[in-house]
Design a protein around this ligand. Structure first.
Ligand code: ATP
Ligand code: MG
Length: 358
């Protein structure tokens, strides 16, 4: 059988991005020894603050054409606020990828693992296992609006939200499809139609319209306030959760926060049609406070790499990596944020070893 070859741009970025990325590559390499996949890696040193300091911009002008042929971007973390302000590093790299590659889905799995202390009392593994799907390109994040009568007692500020039928329908459809593929076939739609009286009832209507094609899915529309409370109080209610950009942004931090360390949470920025490369990155940032000590938890990065393989069609390799992560979280070695004393490298090696065996 011929191997599937995936072309991956590897972008470590800044800080601990440079420490966790080699561990993800080690695990991917282990996966190629066991599954019918091959990786063509292109290491990329731009989209980093080091590059900015040398060139005055985060990326070369022709970054888009340089990346266009890739199947996916594997991204570490960006930001080094001691030398480059965060708005420059972020807008100059990651947010350009998301926008110009039309990565309109932000997907974050939320899962409690055995061996990881849960900040919610009394929760066991299995109690928390859901996916947050955030609309990643429109909604509340716009530059439309302005300040009137600035500096006077009559000062007024307006900022518009923009939703399109095309934009809402495609993220809702993606969420329904995901729910369809899962056992529970349950979709929670985040809304606020009681208070945001124009756009949110419209969003609910789009959910009904798209949902008409998915009669097997049970749909639960929940106001964002109570939904947030239930992430904490009744996480077992959730299977797939879909939300507009702002609500999704908040939920996709709250969810992972209920499952232990930030060092575990992965994310995918997807262009599902594959017209452009999708981007896979840990939820955490560059963590300047721990950089250089080889103590960062590599799991979020490794899990993100597994999500990449799943998206590209190598489901078995994804499952094997996730199983290896489960075992190592349960049995060790564990990094400090999990109460252990293992290094980044030791944890990465342990996961890679399990992936290549099995
Ligand atoms: P962002 O770059 O998204 O703005 P941030 O800079 O606010 O994020 P992070 O860089 O994610 O925050 O760091 C937040 C805290 O979590 C820091 O104390 C950091 O040391 C810790 N942390 C982040 N990632 C990891 C990891 N992989 N392992 C252990 N600790 C981590
Ligand atoms: Mg940061």
């Amino acid at each position: 059988m011929t191997k599937k070859t995936f072309k991956i741009a590897v972008i470590p970025g800044d800080g601990i991005g440079k420490e966790v990325m080699p561990q993800a590559l080690r695990v991917l390499e282990a996966a190629t020894t066991r599954f019918d996949i091959e990786l063509e890696l292109s290491p990329i040193e731009w989209a980093s603050c080091d590059y900015y300091l040398a060139h005055g911009q985060m990326m070369p002008d022709d970054w888009k054409s340089r990346l266009q042929g890739q199947d996916a971007l594997l991204f570490g973390a960006v930001g080094w606020p001691a030398t480059v302000p965060d708005h420059i590093s972020l807008w100059g790299s990651l947010l350009k990828f998301r926008r110009e590659f039309d990565q309109y889905i932000n997907l974050r799995p939320v899962r409690l693992f055995e061996g990881v202390p849960c900040p919610l009392a009394g929760r066991k593994p299995g109690d928390i296992d859901y996916l947050v799907v955030r609309e990643n390109t429109e909604g509340e994040y716009t530059n439309l609006g302005g300040v009137m009568y600035a500096g006077t007692e009559r000062e007024i500020v307006i900022q518009e939200s923009v939703y399109s039928r095309f934009g809402a329908d495609r993220v809702l459809r993606f969420a329904f499809e995901l729910a369809q593929a899962r056992e529970r076939k349950h979709l929670t739609v985040a809304t606020k139609s009681n208070g945001i009286a124009i756009s949110m009832p419209w969003w609910d209507g789009r959910a009904d319209a798209v949902g008409a094609d998915y009669p097997a899915i049970t749909v639960d529309k929940q106001h964002i306030d109570i939904l947030s409370a239930r992430f904490v109080l009744q996480p077992g209610r959730f299977d797939v959760v879909v939300a507009s950009n702002l609500f999704g942004d908040i939920l996709s931090d709250l969810g992972p926060a209920t499952t232990g360390t930030i060092g575990l949470a992965p994310s995918a920025n997807l262009n599902p049609e594959r017209s452009f490369p999708s981007l896979f990155e840990p939820v955490h940032g560059s963590a300047p406070d721990i950089y250089g000590r080889n103590i960062a938890n590599p799991v979020a990065m490794i899990w993100s790499a597994a999500l990449m393989l799943q998206f590209l069609g190598a489901a078995e390799a994804h499952d094997a990596i996730l199983a290896a992560i489960e075992t190592v979280l349960r049995e060790g070695p564990r990094t400090r944020d999990l109460g252990g004393d293992a290094s980044t490298t030791e944890m990465g090696e342990a996961i890679a070893r399990l992936v290549s065996q099995a």
